[in-house]
Design a binder for this molecule. Structure first.
Ligand code: GDP
Ligand code: IMO
Ligand code: MG
Length: 422
């Protein structure tokens, strides 16, 4: 398989974990390049459900290498818990999981600051996952972060941590929050460092060695295009580049080695957290929540739901250079009589066929809808394109045309087998 970047083309939770798992069969290495344990990627292997936060979803397939590359922010406690959780389920990580020396480390003050800043923002809060992602990337940009190479060097870790806790405690006190105890944090994180040390390596050298051997790489995007710090609905975004470019900077694999970009999108739209969502609609939200669907894999929060937004996904195709679409959760629309697709935005007399950059405009635009007849039959057992109802194929072809990329995969259920190659 060609070196493939897989990105979320909406607001996250598009079903990337499931599609990565399917594509991993033909890949040698799966690489996470941005985000942290704010991600929650669900994969079913038979009846067993796995939710991966930091570890690439390729860990569930035997013989595949898995890399947490330099662009990821690593919560050591979260990572140790995830490793232990996999061991309990008889999934091996030793010799198959590699963590970049230069990945930044999420520390307790990042999580505490994340939470405190949300409280301070009041009704303007972002609705973060409170995993410390924003403050950790903030420290990286401010050049005061600790990296994995620091964490696994006991003397250096102690020295740097002491300084960082001192400074951050000043900030926490000023915010009225409890300061952290250096001793407690050091004890806990030094223990995690001992567990993680064997996994920490130079992943740039490792990935280039894989490339020289002709192995194929699959880049597992986290979050989605509209949560990208540059291209998303700022400030209601995460703090990394979730779009295709992030795979290069986040791994040290150069752009000319990337062969294709797969954009994952749901057959409708969801978002968790605050911020504009032009095609949000109670009718689809009530339907999906009533079916027990669309609750967050990381925080358990109910996701906001809306109709498929072709304006947004067209923008995502442009920004990521999406060659191929993987459309998931098509079965979520099985019972809908009339399916709507947002084909434009209206703001008074102004009409937009692209996503306006001004977040205040985006927050007030009204969707312009096209309507499609629903197929009103269960799709979960369909395995071939030609066995899909004509109305389903019409709907999928329309969203592919409106989005501007070829349809490659249609997913009709969470399991591996519920995948149709088009
Ligand atoms: P990710 O963050 O993009 O990996 O997506 P999540 O795992 O957070 O959320 C996607 C949810 O949809 C998970 O519960 C998946 O098991 C589920 N899922 C993925 N594809 C399909 C599909 O085609 N049909 C159904 N019913 N569920 C799906
Ligand atoms: P996966 O990889 C959906 C959202 C949060 C919040 C915003 C900022 O599973 O698709 P952060 O904690 O990153 O500072 O939160 O981004 N968010 C996600 N939403 N899926 C995700 O990951 C997300 N990761 C962050 O809800 O709105
Ligand atoms: Mg998710």
């Amino acid at each position: 398989m060609a070196n493939t970047i897989l990105v979320g083309a909406q607001w996250g939770d598009e079903g990337k974990g499931k599609i990565i798992d399917v594509l991993t069969e033909q890949a040698d290495v799966v690489v996470r390049t941005q985000g942290g344990n704010n991600a929650g990627h669900t994969v079913f292997v038979g009846p067993q459900k796995y939710v991966l936060h930091l570890i690439p979803s390729g860990i569930l397939r035997r013989g595949k290498k898995n890399v947490i590359a330099n662009g990821v922010v690593v919560d050591p406690i979260g990572l140790v818990n995830e490793i232990n959780g996999l061991h309990k389920l008889n999934v091996k990580t030793e010799g198959r999981l590699f963590v970049s020396e230069t990945a930044h480390v999420v520390l307790p003050y990042h999580r505490e600051l994340d939470a405190q800043r949300e409280v301070l923002k009041g009704r303007h809060k972002i609705g973060t996952t409170k995993r410390g992602i924003g403050p950790c990337y903030g420290d990286k940009a401010a050049r005061v972060g600790l990296r994995m190479v620091d964490l696994v060097n006991p003397e250096r870790f102690e020295e740097k941590l002491r300084l960082r806790i001192k400074e951050n405690n000043e900030v926490l006190r000023a915010l009225g929050a409890k300061p952290l105890s250096f001793k407690t944090v050091h004890h806990t994180y030094a223990a995690a460092a001992r567990v993680l040390k064997p996994y920490v390596t130079n992943t740039v050298v490792l990935l280039h060695a894989c490339l020289r051997r002709g192995e194929s790489l699959l880049f597992e995007g986290a979050q989605g295009t509209f949560l990208d710090i540059d291209h998303g609905t700022y400030p209601f975004v995460t703090s990394s580049n979730t779009s295709a470019g992030g795979a290069c900077t986040g791994s040290g694999v150069p752009p000319h080695r990337m062969d294709r970009v797969v954009g994952v999108m749901k057959a409708y739209t969801t978002r968790v957290g605050e911020g504009p969502l032009p095609s949000e609609a109670d009718e689809i939200s009530d339907l999906l929540h009533g079916m027990g669907r669309e609750f967050g894999a990381t925080t358990g929060r109910p996701r906001r739901c809306g109709w498929f937004d072709a304006v947004a996904t067209r923008h995502a195709t442009m920004v990521n250079g999406i060659d191929e679409l993987a459309i998931t959760n098509i079965d979520g629309l099985d019972t809908v009589e009339t399916i709507k697709v947002c084909i434009g935005y209206r703001d008074g007399k102004a009409r937009y066929d692209h996503v306006p950059a001004d977040d205040q405009v985006l927050a007030r635009v009204e969707p312009v809808y096209a309507e499609f007849e629903g197929w009103r039959t269960p799709l979960d057992k369909v395995r071939r394109w030609k066995d899909l109802p004509v109305k389903t194929r019409t709907y999928l072809r329309a969203i592919s045309e409106l989005t501007g990329a070829r349809l490659g995969i249609a997913s009709v259920g969470p399991a591996r087998a519920q995948t149709i190659f088009v």
